[in-house]
Design a protein around this ligand. Structure first.
Ligand code: PTJ
Length: 248
């Protein structure tokens, strides 16, 4: 990171680092106008969760990884915040899964698309990754969604069976579920529409989830039968965790 000067021993180091990544991404034209607001909302929930991966989120992460590894056509959907915060980790995860990533943004402009593509190509080159990056030339639309945010690719999002969508919006999540996909949402807000709509919702911070998935990747066997999983219970657990934090 160019001019990031905070000391790793600083108690807010991780939070400052993520903010810095967003500031840099903003300068490069990658972010939506409301990206910082979305991040601030996430930070508030993370603070309430104790800035940690709670046990139910860890379980959800393992369950999501199982679904991704057992998928026929997994894909990772990337938006501005996801590329800015965890672009390197998510491309590394795609490499492990041997799946493409697709840039699919809510506030779609040609300028943002090219800034995001450029950033991902740089990561690929720097880390010698062999990952297909889709989204530059959309040739399909997500059914049921209006506007540019519906633009996607047939060979990517449309034909996927399991899709990882960090920081998704509720409508698109609902539309993807309606298409019959297993939708894995990462969202610190257990009350958001996306969290409620997702097939598997991981209530945890994106960079921690990506890191955990990379760390746990080899421990999940391809043929492992999916254990039963209750998404609503995982959301309730996150809310209980927040509530009990204050009664301790
Ligand atoms: O790049 P675009 O155009 O696709 O736009 C991306 C944003 C994130 C701006 C857009 O999708 C948006 O406005 O999202 P929302 O509706 O504000 O939802 C973002 C959700 O992500 C909120 O519920 C936040 O709590 C959550 N969130 C924010 N940062 C993180 C997070 N969850 C996990 N990890 C984070 N770092």
């Amino acid at each position: 990171m160019s001019d990031f000067a905070a000391d790793p021993s600083h108690p807010r180091y991780q939070s400052l680092l993520l903010r810095h990544r967003l500031e840099e991404a903003e300068k490069q034209g990658m972010l939506a106008g409301s990206a910082m607001i979305a991040h601030g909302r996430g930070e508030a929930y993370d603070y309430l969760l104790g800035e940690q991966t709670i046990p139910s989120a860890h379980e959800a992460t393992l369950h999501a990884l199982r679904a991704l590894k057992n998928a026929e056509r997994p894909i990772i959907s990337l938006n501005g915040n996801a590329v800015a915060l965890a672009g390197e980790q998510l491309l590394a995860l795609a490499q492990q899964l041997k799946c493409p990533v697709e840039i699919n943004i809510f506030y779609r402009t040609p300028k943002r698309m090219s800034a995001l593509l450029e950033r991902l190509e740089t990561i690929k080159k720097e880390r010698s990754l062999d990952v297909e990056i889709l989204g530059a030339s959309p040739n399909a639309r997500i059914p049921g969604l209006k506007g540019p945010r519906a633009k996607c690719t047939k060979e990517g999002i449309i034909d996927s069976d399991v899709i990882l969508v960090p920081l998704e919006d509720g409508d698109r999540c609902e539309a993807l579920v309606a298409m019959g996909k297993t939708v894995i949402v990462i969202d610190l807000n257990p009350l958001s529409r996306s969290a409620k709509m997702g097939t598997i919702t991981i209530v945890d911070e994106l960079t921690r989830v990506a890191e955990n998935m990379l760390l746990q990747f080899d421990s999940i066997k391809m043929s492992e039968v999916s254990k039963t999983y209750d998404n609503e219970e995982a959301l309730r657990d996150a809310l209980r965790h927040i509530a009990t934090k204050f009664s301790d």
